[in-house]
Design a protein around this ligand. Structure first.
Ligand SMILES: Nc1ncnc2c1ncn2[C@@H]1O[C@H](COP(=O)(O)OP(=O)(O)OP(=O)(O)O)[C@@H](O)[C@H]1O
Ligand SMILES: [Mg+2]
Length: 483
């Protein structure tokens, strides 16, 4: 749940929960007073069993009223009145009969009430008037009638209501206190839970940020939920992973740089050492015949050439790596381009007894943007490898052009020894040479395919390899087709 809806809900709950509790409390009190909660009301003295007393009172009062209409004379009979009072005693109600301004009959318990204290003849505000007489509260039922020959008279059924009042007086402050308590507790609990659900993830984010600041990138941030803070934590986690990855890449770069320097020094040192050795041999007069001298000079020349080639490759590689090689792209049909290139290769391939075949669709157009010289470097590095590592009597190189998904694909396959599967993921890395090639006297620095990859990528294309030992090697290049 989002923080916003959580806050809204908690505010609603802060209002609604006390209201509901208040209503429940109110209903309970009402039920209590109406005698619906019998267990509670039974705890009180019988006279306070409100429902029962009310109905008994009402019944008796009805009888009295009826008698006053049918047979009013009976109210002159004290024994009749005493009998009524007797009945009323059970419900702790008391009878007063007022005739004119005089009290005609009054129960002993209420004989301090004077005729003036009572509501006047004809006063009917409700069936149960609450009156305060001599600092005491009474509930009064009144019925007015006419006594033959004596004139106006009123019957009063009086009940001490102070218990009820005192009960109300103590109950309401109690209720108010309970309500206040409910309000404080509800608000407290809700505030605690809502703030905890916000503060807890913030704290874990804080400690995660602290760790990242200290360079510790391995502690993952785990905040569960679906709110804004979880999203923030997820973004934070993504940032941590990104940082970790950059740190790894940085470390890898550093490692590569060190390796590169070591490789360069080694690769430069090897031919120079042997050149030096041959020259020293000549100086020391080791070459006893002109043929031998010639062989030495030939070797020195060969080694210098290797050195020159290596420096060339290194130079190109580092310039490509620094993205300092200018590219001049032009629209070229690869079919035409490769036909020319294969023709150019013809002589050398014939010498090495290798057949080359170019397969393409005569009707198709293989238009791409490319830098002629750089792409030539890519093809010659690949074909150089095919020739250099060829182990068959009859070498075959197949170049196949095809179109698909907006790409022009060039596949260069040879029937050479293939590349061991464990070496395949690395052959486009700089200075990588498969074990088998290193052992042979083929020469090379392991930069050829790394350079090819960089050039193809500069063209926005991709380069991949498929190879298996004894099947041969297939290098696949795809470039964006220009239609
Ligand atoms: N056609 C192939 N057949 C067999 N192995 C190959 C072939 N092409 C590449 N390889 C393997 O991949 C490695 C990397 O090739 P790459 O061209 O980058 O380096 P290299 O040929 O050793 O040196 P360089 O090309 O710089 O003279 C080679 O050493 C070789 O082991
Ligand atoms: Mg090579």
């Amino acid at each position: 749940m989002s923080i916003r809806s959580r806050l809204i809900l908690s505010y609603i709950a802060m209002v609604v929960v006390p209201i509901i509790l208040f209503i429940i409390a109110g209903l309970l009190i009402m039920a209590f007073f109406r005698g619906d909660i019998r267990e509670l009301s039974s705890l009180l003295p019988e006279s306070h069993n409100y429902k029962q007393t009310v109905s008994e009172d009402a019944e008796l009062f009805g009888d009295i009223k009826e008698t006053s209409l049918v047979n009013p004379v009976r109210f002159n009979d004290p024994s009749f009145l005493l009998a009524i009072q007797e009945e009323l005693n059970r419900t702790e109600s008391f009878l007063i009969i007022r005739q004119g301004e005089e009290i005609l009959f009054s129960a002993r318990e209420v004989n301090h009430i004077t005729a003036e204290d009572l509501p006047e003849f004809g006063y009917h505000s409700s069936d149960n008037n609450i009156e305060e007489i001599n600092h005491k509260t009474y509930s009064i039922k009144q019925h007015d009638f006419y006594l033959p020959e004596k004139g106006i008279a009123s019957i009063f059924l009086i009940k001490d209501a102070s218990v009820l009042v005192s009960l109300t007086q103590t109950f309401y402050p109690l209720l108010f206190t309970v309500l206040l308590l409910i309000l404080v507790v509800t608000n407290g609990i809700l505030t605690y839970y809502v703030s905890r659900s916000i503060v807890k993830p913030i704290n874990s984010l804080k400690s995660a940020a602290q760790k990242i600041k200290e360079g510790k990138l391995n502690n993952s941030i785990d905040v569960k939920g679906k709110d804004e803070l979880t999203e923030l934590a997820q973004t934070f986690e993504a940032m941590r992973l990104q940082l970790k990855e950059s740190a790894t890449v940085q470390a890898q770069y550093e490692e590569n740089r060190k390796e590169l320097i070591a490789h360069i020094s080694h690769d430069l040192k090897t031919p120079i050492t042997s050149i030096k050795g041959y020259i020293e041999g000549i100086q020391d007069g080791v070459t006893t015949s002109p043929e031998m001298l010639n062989r030495y000079i030939q070797t020195i020349y060969q080694k210098s050439n290797d050195l020159d080639h290596l420096i060339d490759e290194l130079f190109l590689y580092s310039k490509l790596d620094l993205k300092k090689v200018p590219f001049s792209f032009e629209l070229v049909d690869l079919k035409e381009y490769l036909l020319d290139y294969v023709e150019e290769l013809g002589f050398e391939l014939e010498k090495k007894k290798v057949d080359i075949h170019l397969h393409y669709d005569h009707t198709a157009c293989y238009q791409v943007h490319l830098d002629r010289d750089k792409i030539k470097r890519v093809f010659s590095n690949i074909i150089d490898n095919s020739l250099k590592y060829m182990d068959k009597e009859k070498g075959i190189i197949d170049i196949e052009l095809s179109l698909g998904k907006g790409q022009v694909k060039i596949e260069i396959a040879d029937n050479g020894p293939g590349i061991p599967s464990e070496a395949i993921p690395f052959i486009f890395h700089q200075f990588y040479r498969a074990e088998q090639s290193r052992n042979k006297q083929t020469g090379g620095s392991g930069l050829g395919l790394a350079i090819a990859r960089m050039i193809v990528e500069e063209h926005g294309g991709k380069i991949a390899v498929e190879s298996g030992q004894d099947i041969g090697t297939k290098i696949m290049i795809s470039l964006r087709e220009v239609s």
